[in-house]
Design a binder for this molecule. Sequence first.
Ligand code: PLP
Length: 458
Amino acid sequence: MSTTNRRDGQAEQQEQRVAAAAAAAAGNRLDPWFHNYAGRAHNLRVSEVRSLFAVANRPEVVSLAGGMPNIEDLPLGKLGAMVDDIVANSGRRALQYGGGQGEEELREQIVEVMRYEHLHAHPDDIVTTTGSQQALDLVTGLFVEPGDVVVAEAPSYVGALGVFRSYQADIVHVPMDDNGLIPEALEETLARLRREGRRVKLLYTVVNFQNPKGVTLSLERRPRIVEIAKRYGVLILEDNPYSLLGFDGDPMPSLKSFDSDGVVYLGSFSKTFAPGLRVGWAYAPLAIREKLVLAAESAILSPSVINQMIVTRYLTEFDWYQQVKEFRTMYRGRRDALTSALAEHLPNLSWTVPSGGFFSWLSLPPGLDAKAMLPRAVTNRVAYTSGTAFFADGQGGDHIRLSFCFPTEERIKEGVRRLAEVVRAESELVEMFGTASNIPSQHGRETSTTDVPGPDSV
Ligand SMILES: Cc1ncc(COP(=O)(O)O)c(C=O)c1O
């Protein structure tokens, strides 16, 4: 190497050292841009559910954690031929940009789907979105400023809590019982927030087969919830991806059907068709809808045209409702497998028995901590979601969410058997050491005989 080259190399290294030192001074050692982020970026958190997806994919672990729909029963061969045809014969449109509000043909179909919800909309009322998750984000972005209150049922869907946090909302929970959101508790909370001079922007609720609790808002409570929200001037965000997956038939009237102006309704094809297509929608009052379209255009220009065309063709050319009925039967079988296994292996505990959807909510014995127990459960080759994921205020450690949507009935039964072993062992330890937080953390790994990596890699 020549002297000049060596000097150039040294100068370069010196420059890199100076730049690294400046970055470290400006930010922190892991992220030189740390101090440059917007305040809302610091509210983003790794979801407890997402961190479990890697575990769920290991074949030896029975995952009762993630809420992935079972898409295996879809007619994949026929769907493939349909997608081929779309690209070959309508590719110029399918692969092009589309309108910000979504494809009209799909919105016409969505209107038909919503009739099952007792909703009578016009295609112009609908905004197609990239999953209902994007609709959650867009609506929240339109209304919530930092410090505004979002009232959310407790527990709440973790993905919605993430959105509310990202807009720096103050999330205030209202309890539910086996009949869903409790109207008296909602009224009390809204009255208190009004006395405190707080600005409440949204009431967030999943009224059918709720995620994570599995409960459904009773018919009698529906108009009452709508009336209370209206009286307090609070817009309802009704998130309704599971309603067609009821085990006892068609859905009850949605909140939106009681007060169209007071409710933004969100729907999705993720649970009844295919989550990978990322197609959902919002049905909002006129003025909000116009703003939603502008917000959607500024976020993504337009939702994927080809994916919307796939959904449209599926709805028009396949017997999609028969498929939904088959899904109901399959998920009911899995719900039964879960609840009968719980009755067999954990008879002293209590859990919700959902009449649809994907989830049951299990109460742990006193003293057990769902989050602390999770690594030990994974070591025993079963995964669940800690109840803490579904509260904004640290509650939930005394519950776990069990998803029965993805594993087969046999796997669900085996998963519950393994879970019961963990709960029993944990209860013995709690008796011995007092509370769960006193239990030595190495316990799971020392006694493990499984091939699952320890909690550090979860
Ligand atoms: C209650 C609820 N809302 C919204 C979503 C997001 O659905 P999508 O796939 O339509 O974005 C989910 C997904 O699990 C959910 O459970």
